[in-house]
Design a protein around this ligand. Structure first.
Ligand code: ATP
Length: 237
C-alpha cells in the first residue's frame, strides 16, 4: 500500500531524512517513532505530496506520489500534527466541503458524517463555527474529515495529542477497524505504550536515518518498546 524507497529530503545544506526505505502492507498499522526533529513529519508530508524531495520515490498503491499526485491523494488521507481548519465554517460545512473535494455522494456522506460524529460525541457541535471549538474538538473534526472519503491509506502525525480518553479509545478502535478492512496506517507518536498496544509494525528513525523496522513483536523481543527506543537513542552518543 505504501512503499518509501530511498527517500531523501534536504532543507538547504541540512539532510533531514537520509535514504529511508519503509513499506506498509494492506492491513498493517505501523508506528513511526523518533526523537524531536528526527524526520517523522518530513517523511509523512512527502508521502502525501505536501513537500517535494531530493532522492528516492514514494509509491501509493504502486503509483508514484511525484508522477501521479492526484490519483494518490484520492486514496489516502493525512492528519497533520496541528490541523489548520477554517474557523469561520461550521463543522458540518467543513465536512461537506471535504466530501465535495473527494467526490463523496450525498447519501454516503450523510451516513458517514452521522456515524463518525456520533462516535466522537461531536454531533451537536457540528452546527457551531470551528472557531468556537476546543483544541480536542478540532482534532476530532480533523480525524472525521480524514476518514470521510474511506481512504485506503491513512497517515497521521501524532493523532492522539489533545484527545480525551474516550476519543483516544474511539480512534484506536477506528484504526483497528480500518486495517481489519484491508486499509493501512502509518502514524507518528511519542506515546510508546499506545504504539505497542495497537501496532503490528514499528519503524524507528534517528537523526534522519531509519535505525530499525519490523513486526512489533520482533523489534521488542522481551523488552518494552520504550526500553528498545531508549537503547537505540543512547547508541553512538
Ligand atoms: P517532532 O517529533 O519534534 O515533531 P519530527 O521527527 O517530526 O520532529 P521534522 O519536523 O521532520 O521532525 O524535522 C526534521 C529536521 O528537519 C529537523 O532538524 C528540523 O529542524 C528540519 N526541518 C523541518 N522542516 C524544516 C523547514 N521547513 N526548513 C528547514 N528545516 C526544517
Amino acid at each position: 500500500m505504501l512503499q518509501i524507497r530511498s527517500f531523501t529530503k534536504k532543507y538547504g545544506e541540512k539532510c533531514a531524512v537520509d535514504n529511508l526505505s519503509l513499506s506498509i502492507a494492506p492491513g498493517e498499522i505501523c508506528a513511526f517513532i523518533g526523537h524531536n526533529g528526527a524526520g517523522k513529519t518530513t517523511t509523512l508530508k512527502a508521502c502525501v505530496g505536501l513537500i517535494d524531495f531530493d532522492g528516492g520515490d514514494i509509491l501509493i498503491n504502486g503509483m508514484s506520489i511525484k508522477e501521479r499526485p492526484l490519483e494518490c491523494k484520492l486514496i489516502l488521507s493525512y492528519l497533520p500534527d496541528n490541523p489548520d481548519l477554517y474557523d469561520f465554517l461550521t463543522g458540518e460545512k467543513f465536512l461537506n466541503f471535504i466530501a465535495d473535494v473527494y467526490g463523496v455522494g450525498t447519501e454516503e456522506r450523510r451516513a458517514r458524517i452521522a456515524d463518525l460524529a456520533e462516535r466522537f460525541s461531536l454531533t451537536k457541535d457540528l452546527s457551531q463555527p470551528i472557531g468556537s471549538y476546543s483544541h480536542g474538538m478540532k482534532q476530532k473534526l480533523a480525524i472525521i474529515s480524514a476518514w470521510l472519503h474511506s481512504p485506503r491509506l491513512i497517515l497521521m502525525d501524532e493523532p492522539f495529542v489533545g484527545l480525551d480518553p474516550k476519543a483516544s479509545f474511539t480512534l484506536k478502535e477506528m484504526m483497528r477497524e480500518h486495517c481489519a478492512g484491508g486499509g493501512a496506517i502509518l502514524f507518528s507518536t511519542h506515546v510508546l505504550d499506545v504504539a505497542e498496544k495497537i501496532c503490528d509494525k514499528v519503524a524507528i528513525i534517528k537523526n534522519g536515518k531509519l535505525v530499525i523496522t519490523g513486526p512489533m513483536d520482533e523489534v521488542r523481543g522481551n523488552e518494552s518498546l520504550e526500553e528498545v527506543f531508549l537503547e537505540l537513542e543512547g547508541d553512538g552518543e
